[in-house]
Design a protein around this ligand. Sequence first.
Ligand code: HEM
Length: 504
Amino acid sequence: MHSLAIDPTCLGATGLGIISHLAIFIHGEWHLRVPALFEIYSLLVISILSTSYLVGSYATGLFSSIIIYRRYFHRLRHFPGPPLAAITKLWHVYKCMDSRNHLVLGELFKRYGPVIRTGPEELTIIDPAIPDVVGGLKSQFTRAPFYDIFLPDLTMGATRSVADHDARRRVWDRGFSPKALVVYEERIIQYAELLASQIESIALDNASSDSGGEAVINATDWFAWFSFDVMGEFAFSTSFQMLQDKKWHEKIRLLVDGFAMLGMASPVPWLAQLGKSIRPRPALAKDWYSLLQWSKECMDQRLEMKGDRPDVSQWLIEAYLKNGSQEADRPWLSGDATALVVAGSGTVSSVLAFAFYELVQDPSQQDKLLKEIQDIDIYDRVQLQRCTHLTAFINETLRLHPPVPTGGLRVTPKSGITFNDMYIPGGTIIVAPKYNIQRLESSYEKADQFIPERWTTQQDMVKDSRGFTPFSQGKYGCIGKSLAMTEMRFVIALLLKKFELKLP
Ligand code: HEM
């Protein structure tokens, strides 16, 4: 017979691990303290390397306590979901490597139903009633830890402080008043015409060749160049010159790639903080910081510009100059301008690309739209707004291809909420994925099909429109909605008038 001898020091270390979890780590948020913890633990590991079994015992105690607690004792334990999701969000990073979280969530919905535990502290709810609960006027929900991913940079679009957000939003609101929007329109028209003339010049160059005057273009790139150039004007009164140069601006490419990487790390905000804190900086973090430096320089140049500039930044700068504590305000100024570029470009360009994708799939939609705009002055925003099919066409694109498909994470108020007779405790992260909610068969007939008429002549095809919130709503809802709609209406109308669209 063998006897089992347990080293009391080892047992003590395991116990210490369990106590660390139950007494310390179980409380509050830790993602921002991960870099410091990483340093402390690394030092510990080095200093007691000679007795590394102690480290192993401590880690065993800590992590087994975390796993057992999250799986069997946590307040969300009754909600269905993948077993690994209850333990760590790292499973989600792995699942979303190809940036297709919307499809991952769709599969989970089929398997587990409308309320799914997708993280230790997180529920994903795919129900048309949830957007209003989360973002309605009376909502007490706050932003989730995901938004800390941008720290230490400051911007209205990501701050989790309600007071900071509300104060900044009051400043931003002035830049998006109906009066201000009229001024911006001229710039949109100017860039949309440049977009059209560049495409035209490609077609003319091809006129003598075999392609017989047709321009084969990568619409995704062209719409991105257009929308980033426009936003460069709104943020810094400077064009990024991408339409003119017919190629990506080096820093904008970094921005797009950087956001794709951040997106992947978004389920585990602590990983992004760790990545940013490592010295020497890894290549990706270096790119990110060079980008931030560049946007700071763009804002420095904008601050030097004399006279009135018809851009959004003039309102932010005015508030900055009035404010006594300019030093403290400066990071907000650069952060907000960069956020403006990001929020206003990727979104509009993705909707335009999908809109034209749908147009080439179904040429009858081109005919319908052309018929509607043929006798109006498309340079008149009010006349374009009255085109009901055009608006329906954009809405249907936003329904099927929302540019913020799974984002907008929020945290339930301390007292918790009751949703569909189900109690959800306070401090729970709620994901209300627009992509999946806007494709629910229970809300839309032939939900996966592109049918703009469901918003006009066939309204019975919309059974429940509560879940249609591509711009979100409430205090954190999109400030650029009107501007975006004006931009998209005009670009679609202009290009349709000028070109016949088809797949190559
Ligand atoms: C099709 C176009 C667009 C769509 C679908 C869209 C959608 C959204 C959504 C869903 C949010 C909420 C995000 C969250 O909860 O984290 C948001 C926020 C925001 N959007 Fe848009 N957006 C569009 C265009 C624009 C444009 C053109 C601008 C600027 C000119 C803009 C500026 C912003 C800003 C600044 C916020 C943050 C608001 C806040 O923090 O209070 N968006 N947008």
